[in-house]
Ligand binder design. Sequence first.
Ligand code: SAM
Ligand code: SF4
Length: 334
Amino acid sequence: MPRLVDPFQRTVDYLRISVTDRCDFRCVYCMSEHMEFLPKKELLTLEELNRICSTFIGLGVKKLRITGGEPLVRRGIMTFFRSMSRHLDSGALKELTLTTNGSQLRRFATELYDCGVRRVNLSMDTLDPQRFRDITRWGRFDQVMDGIDAAVEAGLKVKINAVALKGVNDDEIHTMVEWCGARGHDLTFIEVMPMGDLGNEDRLDQYYSLKDLRRDLETKWTLTNTTDRTGGPARYVRVEETGGRVGFITPLTHNFCESCNRVRLTCTGQLFMCLGQEDEADLRTVARNNPDDDAPLIEAIHAAIARKPKGHDFDYSRQTVSGQVTRHMSHTGG
Ligand code: SAM
Ligand code: SF4
């Protein structure tokens, strides 16, 4: 079957899938406290998720990242992981991974490993329990720490993702580097993005450029550039003192679009060809209208990839959040 190659000759072999818009946390930069979630019929069923993802794998997708919302709160989600593991067994899929807040890892880590998952990205912005509560609103720090332990015990490699927030966790960057280094976790800092309709907080005041963050890290640590890539947009440095790696995801100050190999499927079956653009393709309708024939789905996917834009328009430089997109990260999948 023809592979997915976009008009800029980028091969699309990485699919991120949001399997739910729901979450057991309410992180301040991601959700409002009183979120209204989608009715169940809007969501792709587990069977539809299986079908659409399997179609992508048939078209050459080699890496799946499951995200959300919180993927591990979706009922029956292990059935989906199980169904994807058959593609790992066949060799068609090279990596099955997830991004999680960690709250349910004690329950699922062993089963995830059993399904062929080897790495998880775990979002944690602070090592201070009270601050953790302030950022996540509903999260329990101890539960997440225990989840990390469970993942490590199960044999999963855990990478920590931290959103860098000025005036919130910028005083913890050294502690986080130290803690991750000591425990052998890679650490990736993410710039806060202007996502979602979060009232009048446009996040500009919390914007902490990773260029500044890196400079601040260098007051304490020796950072050596590496050429390491883990399939995503992060650039990594080695911290000589700890031997650990620190990554930077800078969607706003550094344009990594030229090497973008990914597309995103929302929990309602919309395919976004770019995180920062509104253009999408409605794969749910195509799938539901053609329950017994994959050809229209394949055609719709090819047509969507043919519209993948060159890059995104986020821009804080004019001190307004231009290029803001109004959908929530939890819907699109971070
Ligand atoms: N619930 C899971 C979690 O928190 O890891 C997966 C979904 S979450 C939307 C994926 C990632 O997006 C998390 O690392 C989170 O910190 C990040 N994120 C959410 N809102 C963001 C924003 N406005 N700017 C930057 N990153 C954001
Ligand atoms: Fe939930 Fe993840 Fe969003 Fe936090 S960042 S509210 S854990 S989906």
